[in-house]
Design a protein around this ligand. Sequence first.
Ligand code: AMP
Length: 558
Amino acid sequence: MKFGEFADAAAEIESLSADTEITERVTALFETAGSDLPVVARFVQGRVFPAWSSRTLDIGPNYCYEAIARAAGRNVSADDVEARLAEVGDVGEVAASYEFGGQQGLGAFGSGGAEDLTVASVADELDALAAAAGSGSQDKKIDLLFGLFNRASAEEARYLARLVLSEMRIGVGEGTVRDAIGAAFDVPVESVARALQVSNDYGEVARVSREAGAAGLDELELEVGRPVQAMLAQAGTVGDALDDWGEVAVEWKYDGARVQIHYDPDGLGWDDADGEVAVFSRNMEDVTDALPEVVEHVREHLSAPAILDGEVVATDDDGDPLPFQAVLRRFRRKHDVARARESVALDLFAFDCLHAAGEDLLDAPVPERRDRLDGVLDAGVSAFWTTDDPDEVAEIEADALEAGHEGIMLKNPESTYTPGRRGRNWRKRKPDVETLDLVVTGAEWGEGRRAEFLGTFLLSARADGGFETIGKVATGITDEELGDLTALLEPHVQSQDGQTVDVRPEVVFEVGYEEIQRSPTYSSGYALRFPRFLGVRDDKDPADADSLPRVERLAERQ
Ligand code: AMP
């Protein structure tokens, strides 16, 4: 497929507003994608690589502006591109506003030439771009990108730029792709959904749907070494859980960071996973190198190929848990891991088993998965009870808090493991007033001594397809944190009006508050009373932030 055809389809999709029309157009795109189907199924969502892959293009926006500027001609600089971006706010629009192709002589870089771009050639070039590493790699990346832009029409450049900067945003979400695959290849949507959960690869699922139908999809299995999305929890009460299920599975809720552990003594066999152990974060990022003690633990205590789910907790010298920020610092660490390890120790608490010794366990109930976990891992398994007695649950909770952990998790004993779902089968019960994880969508520059820093942050809750404002937070932030937060948020600033800036929804804050009130001041219809900043949830994407319905529930419960 020509990349131009893809760009035309993307433009058409972007112009549609009804979900059914979008799905129909995506369906038609899939039907005509031919051998490019797997790539098209990813590109249309703005993904270059499969969802399970930790690969990234690893190219900063500035390098992309540089490539656009070079393709645009001698009189254009990266600063010009950035200035235009500040005006129009969409890198696609900016890329489409230049006349490319005048730099044929220089097109020898990458595979720049006169021939039309195809979906396959764009995918190949982006693959090469991602693979470039070591000294001079940034120059090579710019050259490759320049080669692509130099061959692009305005429409192609629009979607190329958005693809490269992960800003596709044409209204095609995971649900649209799932429905379109079902419609294009006449397979039940449930089979597509299951296959997506298991493989985490929209391209692969689209291809298998076309080539082998529902039967082929049902045969897809977990692959050790390829992360799946983590199952998520909702807030809930012990009373409701007992009413709903009769008996509850109870576990301590550890205040650490989620890990998914993949182990195969024969090697993991995926391009970007070498060795026998891989550890992934909640966002399926490969964090293996940052957590050597988890790797060592697994080698020593895990006796069969497996995929495990669990929590890693940072502990102090006495073995008491440290706040979860400490564990996040370990996750982010790229250099000097050995030194970081000396100052913050990590403990593993595995609580689930998705695969053991060649067998997928997603469809097995909680106690069976637990048995398998106990069978393969002989240390670092979290404690587990099943009971129908609320007093026993209260005792377990008191013990968890006494040991310095966050509270308890309640799980439906009969439930299966549903990757990526925030269903009712796992419920977290926190003893204190619930905090909220909210997305920063705006900010204000400070005054006087703090004029160089963003000081007040506008917070929003997730609402149907977007975000609704709910309050501003300026309390609970140290001077040092102000600097960090400014550095974190400044790249996401979209526009400025006096002291006030609009911020792209990228960063999630955890905030405490005294009360949620009804209020016309904010678009959500609610306001937080005495909000205070508790920390950045860098383990959460805006899509994982708290939703307006949750805010409403909390408000009602007060
Ligand atoms: P939250 O991040 O507040 O939505 O709470 C859900 C998170 O609690 C999960 O993603 C895990 O990282 C963490 N967690 C801690 N202990 C457990 C447990 N026993 N079972 C499931 N999740 C747990």
